[in-house]
Ligand binder design. Sequence first.
Ligand SMILES: Cc1ncc(COP(=O)(O)O)c(C=O)c1O
Length: 378
Amino acid sequence: MHIQTAAVHTLKDLAHGAVVPPVHLSSTFELDRASEDGQYAYQRGANPTRAQLETVLAALEGAAHGFAFASGMAATAASLSTLSVGDEILLPASVYGGTYRFVDLVLPGRGVTGRFVDDLGALSDADFTPATRAVFVETPANPTLRITDLRRISELAHRHGALVIVDNTFMTPVLQRPLELGADVVVQSATKYLAGHSDMLAGVITTNDDALADAFHLSQVAQGGVLAPQDSFRLIQSIKTLPLRLERQQQNAEAIVAHLRDRADIARVRYPGSHSEEEAAVHASQAVGGGAVLSFELADGLDRVAFLQALRYPAYAVSLGGVESLICRPAAMTHEAMTDEARRAAGISEELLRLSVGIEDLSDLLEDLDQALAAAAR
Ligand SMILES: Cc1ncc(COP(=O)(O)O)c(C=O)c1O
């Protein structure tokens, strides 16, 4: 089954012939009075609506197990819950700012060290120590859109007994399926493309590993950061249009990249594969498109604030993946938790702007960018 079909047809044979699943709000469930067993007992452990969503999430990824959390960060934190005292995790310097915050401020209290690496693509055997238990990868990285070779990193990490955890938020399983490339765990902020309308927080973990699945379920039960039934239902509905939305968003993004590239009023445009021919070849070998996020800097002498004030359509807001375009300045917004030095090492300049492209009419978006660039040059 292709992913476009799985997005709408995974849940079949529903009670009463319904074509849309019901929402089960119950926090608690009756048990058999003699055996004291039941398929469900208490919502934190499992709930029929969340279970249906988790079935869809696993199907999209071709995974054995799916888990729905209350936010992307709850999912990321759960994905790191198997690390313990003395362990080390390797991460790219340009990782999402919230992940950086978790690794920088929370993991040390658990005796776990996060080591940030400037270029994951250059990782070699020498970077691993006996304490290295995991490598956390974002490809494309946020917001530099640098690419990491998932097959290579998985082979390297596994040689050293380390897990590979991939944050696939920017690609979704529509464009890239890391488990099929060797990764052990995929996390996503479903707040972004999966939900797609900038109207809910949600997070996802998928894996084929039964022991890790037990650990992630334990995290749901013991830490409680699970997705509520209404949001689980809304995410099931949103996922049905994910492939369509992303296709249109990616078409718009590709056209905007072509429009902004090689012009005097833009210093540099970043999009998956733009860093080097090698990264372009790697991305083409592991994903079926560049997605719908790009970043760029205005040329010297242009007024960034005037540009942002003149833009009519993209909201000046963090987040990405919604049907409406959003623009932000990572150094001040999504990545403000990083130190200046960490941002410099990651290649996130003060002037870098990140654009998440929506489903609007392309000519409206291009005209809007042109008139804002003209305003910035005045
Ligand atoms: C790449 C990436 N991973 C994880 C997260 C965290 O997700 P959430 O905001 O749903 O907690 C974000 C949020 O911006 C993100 O961009």
